[in-house]
Design a protein around this ligand. Structure first.
Ligand code: HEC
Ligand code: HEC
Length: 371
């Protein structure tokens, strides 16, 4: 995909960059035929990979090497082996698998990104210093680090989640909200695009981006996710996109965290943007692994990083929450920034209304074209 085509993807599939946005789309065959697997013609090292994982694997390589699809592919002929880089990539996949098998007990410790780090050619030689200024001292360990004199026992995961629920306004207030309609703008590259986000308890959600005369939809109907654009057939999300979308759609996220991630573990506290945070790590089959950051003072969720598994490694999506405002006794984030290895945008909400009736049909995947 050239710069131009990836721009086209953003124009035609803006839903991609909106909410779930775990993997970019493959060419047309992948977008139109709903669950039917595209017929790949020339897979060798990835031949045993499920068809809907090929796209995420391609994205992982593209991001790790800092290239476009066209670095390895002839446009419109993805199966062709004309480019040397594609052949090298095959050898690299085999090599990486072997390193993990031989040296890391089969765990995916080494990935393309371990060596490439965003460049087609890894750098073997350490760089020289470019300034004689003193290097910044490593940050002092946080007061709660092991070994530091500690009067207070660190909070447990359950306490951190309970504090978050209280900070939002408490369970009773949270449960009084059964639907929410938000209106605002997507801010990206200095441009504003109007967006509406409709949610309904417990986990239905649709975001509608208004692009001129055409709308684009990213939705989760309570069971599965789908995406669509006005006048085109909607497409079902892949299993991993759908799982991420499900998480975003939890209207009562704070109350559901323990259920979604029974093994939630407290991590080492971290400071992000000057805010000291408690960190929780959650893992559970069927849900994307997550890392959650809570403001130690306010208790509010300030960042969520969730990971989608690809056959070649994990891709992160980071969502930063800000501008919490009180709506009917419930603190609600009015601003969130979604960052991925290949893109970033912010949604700024201007107006939020709770308990507006929203018809279930708004969340359902249209049988034919999206209207
Ligand atoms: C670093 C090189 C590299 C990059 C970058 C890359 N690919 Fe691939 N791609 C490959 C390799 C290698 C294969 C074949 C894998 C195999 O042999 O199992 C492949 C196979 C494919 C196939 C299957 C074609 C078929 O019918 O056999 C598709 C589709 C594809 N890539 C799409 C993409 C897209 C879209 C992008 C950009 C997001 C991309 N690729 C980026 C290396 C790359
Ligand atoms: C252990 C380190 C390491 C890992 C892991 C690794 N590579 Fe590489 N890769 C290299 C090195 C070193 C080179 C440069 C070789 C050269 O210059 O001849 C390279 C070169 C390449 C090239 C050729 C680039 C060009 O300019 O033509 C491609 C494509 C590539 N790697 C893809 C991958 C992919 C895809 C993965 C993950 C499946 C991967 N590599 C994993 C070390 C690694």
């Amino acid at each position: 995909m050239s710069k131009a085509t990836s721009h086209l993807n953003r124009v035609f599939f803006p839903a991609l960059i909106v909410i779930a946005a775990t993997s970019p789309l493959l060419p047309a065959q992948h977008t139109d035929a709903a669950p039917a697997a595209p017929a790949y013609k020339n897979l060798t090292v990835l031949k045993d990979v499920p068809a809907d994982q090929i796209g995420p694997a391609m994205q992982f390589m593209t991001t790790s090497l800092g290239v476009e699809c066209a670095f390895c592919h002839v446009q419109g002929k993805m199966e062709a082996d004309d480019k040397g880089a594609k052949k090298t990539a095959r050898e690299m996949i085999t090599m990486t698998n072997e390193i993990n098998k031989t040296h890391f007990g089969g765990r995916q410790q080494i990935t393309c990104n371990s060596c490439h780090r965003g460049a087609a050619r890894p750098v073997a030689i350490p760089p020289v210093m470019e300034t004689d200024a003193m290097p910044a001292k490593p940050a002092a360990p946080p007061a709660s680090a092991p070994g530091a004199a500690q009067a207070v026992t660190p909070p447990t995961a359950a306490q951190i989640i309970a504090k978050y629920t209280e900070a939002l306004g408490g369970e009773a207030n949270i449960r009084k909200v059964t639907s929410r309609v938000m209106k605002g703008n997507i801010l990206t590259g200095g441009q504003q695009t109007p967006i509406e986000v409709l949610s309904k308890a417990p986990n239905k959600r649709v975001s509608i981006t208004h692009m001129g005369s055409s709308d684009s939809f990213t939705a989760f109907d309570g069971n599965t996710g789908w995406m669509g654009n006005t006048g085109r057939p909607a497409r079902a999300m892949s299993a991993s996109e759908s799982a991420s979308s499900a998480l975003d759609s939890e209207l009562y996220l704070s109350l559901r965290l323990t259920e979604l991630y029974p093994q939630m573990r407290r991590g080492r506290p971290e400071t992000i943007n000057g805010v000291e945070c408690e960190v929780l790590n959650g893992q559970n089959a069927g849900h994307p692994p997550v890392r959650l950051y809570f403001d130690k003072n306010s208790g509010l969720l300030v960042r969520m990083v969730r990971y989608s598994e690809t056959p070649l490694g994990r891709l992160p999506v980071q969502i930063d929450y800000a501008d919490y405002r009180d709506v009917d006794g419930v603190r609600t984030a009015f601003r969130w920034t979604l960052s991925r290895p290949n893109g970033r945008f912010t949604i700024q909400i201007a107006d939020a209304k709770n308990n507006v009736p929203v018809d279930d049909a708004r969340f359902a995947k249209p049988a034919a074209e999206v209207k």
